[in-house]
Design a protein around this ligand. Sequence first.
Ligand SMILES: Cc1cc2nc3c(=O)[nH]c(=O)nc-3n(C[C@H](O)[C@H](O)[C@H](O)COP(=O)(O)OP(=O)(O)OC[C@H]3O[C@@H](n4cnc5c(N)ncnc54)[C@H](O)[C@@H]3O)c2cc1C
Length: 450
Amino acid sequence: MSTDKRHRIIILGGGFGGLYAALKLEKTLARDPDVEVMLVNRENFFLFTPMLHEVAASDLDITHIVNPVRKLLRRVSFFDGDVESIDLPGKRVVVSHGTEHHHHEFTYDQLVLALGSITNFYNLPRLEERALTMKSLGDAIYLRNWLIANLEEADFECTAGKRDVLLTCVVAGGGFAGVETIGAVNDFLREAIPFYSHLTVGLLRVVLVHPGAVILPELGEKLGRFAQKKLGERGVEIRVNTRVSQVFDDRVELNDGTVIKTNTLVWTAGTSPNPLLADLPCKKERGRLLVNEFLEVPDWPGVWALGDCALVPDGKTDTFYPTTAQHALREGKAVARNLMAAIRGGRKKPFVFSTLGQLAAIGRRTGVANIMGINFSGFIAWWLWRTIYLSKLPRFEKKLRVGLDWTLDVLFSKDLVQFVTVRAPHISRSEEEESRPSNGAPAAAEKETA
Ligand SMILES: Cc1cc2nc3c(=O)[nH]c(=O)nc-3n(C[C@H](O)[C@H](O)[C@H](O)COP(=O)(O)OP(=O)(O)OC[C@H]3O[C@@H](n4cnc5c(N)ncnc54)[C@H](O)[C@@H]3O)c2cc1C
C-alpha cells in the first residue's frame, strides 16, 4: 500500500478527452508537489483518428499519425496498461500490464473517465469474427495488409474463380469513418491495380452500404448528395436505405436480398460505450455516463467523465453534445480547469462549446465541409481538411512527417508493402535438440557452417 499522501488524480483513457485533460494538467496541477496526476492508456501513444483512413490506404506512414505519450507529458506520469475494473465506492481502479498481464491497484482522489467507445456489432451472427473495423491504428494496418494480400492472391491464375471475392470491398456505414475509409480505399485499390499484371480496374468492386437516405447525415443533405455523386463517378457503388443482414466467409447479404461476394467487410456502422462502464453504479443512457454541465458524474464526488463515453448536456439546445474529437478535446481541457477549481478552490465553469465545423475527405483531392454554417465542397474542402487537421495534429515532428508524406505522394505512387509482424523463420530449441545426433554432437548443417 502506498504511503504517498499526495492528492491523486487518475485519468483513464489517453484519447482526445483524456490526453487533452492531461496536457492541461501538465502545465497546471501537475506542477504542484502535493498533487500527483497519472494517465492510464492501453497504448503508449495518442492516435489521431481523423487521419486513420490515410494509414489504411497507404497515404501516410503508419507511425506518423500517432504520438508517443511520453514525449507529450513530463510531469503527468503514464501507465501503459489495460483498465480491468473500476471500484467507485472503494475509490480504486485495477489495471494490468506486462507480458503476463499482472495487476496493479491504484487508489484515487479524483477520477477522470475518458475511455471512449468500442465497435458495436449489434449481435449479428459472425459479424464480429468476419468484419474488419476502423477504430485503432492496428485496425488501419490490418485493413491495409488485408487489401494487399487480396491483390497478391488475386493476381494468380489459381484464384481466377474467386477473384470477385478477393477484389470486392464492402464498407458498412456512411458516416465520417465509413465514407473517408471507402474514398481512400477506392483510390488505393485503383492505383495499385496497374502493378498486378493479371488484374484490371474493371475487376474491382467497391460498395458502400448505408442505412439512411443520404450518406454523411451530419453534414446535411446537399453535401451528402455531393459526396455520393463524386464517389459514384469514381466507381464506388452506393447502396442507401440498406443494411447488412447476413455475413459469411465469402459473401455479405443485404436486407434488400442482394448478395455481394466478398471477403472484405469493413464495419463502421455502429459504436457503443466502453463496456467497463456497464457495471458502474451511475446514471447512464444507452450505456453512456450522464454528467452535469461541469462534467461531474452526479452522486460520485471526485468522478468526472467526458468524450465518447459520456453524455454531456448542451444547455443551449437542451440536447447532448455530439461525440467528436473536437468536443472530446475541449471537454478534456474543461475537466482539467474544473479539477483545478475543485482542488485549489475556485468556481467551476460549465462546459459550453459551439461546433466549429465538420469536414470529410472523400478521396482524389476532394472533400466536403461545413464550417461555421458555410458549405464547401470539392478541392477547397479537401484543402481545408488537410490544413485544419494538420494544424491539429500534436507535435511539430509529426506535422512535418505528415506534410512530407503528402508532398512525396505527389511524386510517387502509393506503397504496396505489407507490414508483416511475424518473426522470420528460426529454429526453436526443441527442434534443434531433435535434430542433434544421439551422442549430443551438433547437427551436420551446424558443423558445416561452424
Ligand atoms: C476512423 C475514425 C475517424 C474519425 N474522424 C473524426 C473526425 O474527422 N473528426 C472528429 O471530430 N472526430 C472523428 N472521429 C471521432 C473521434 O475520434 C472520437 O469522437 C474521439 O476520439 C473521442 O475521444 P475520447 O477521448 O472519448 O475517446 P478515444 O479517443 O477513443 O480515447 C479512448 C482511449 O481509451 C483507451 N482505452 C479504452 N479502453 C481501455 C482500457 N480498458 N484500458 C486502457 N485504455 C483503454 C483507448 O485505447 C483510447 O486511447 C473519428 C473516429 C474514428 C474511429
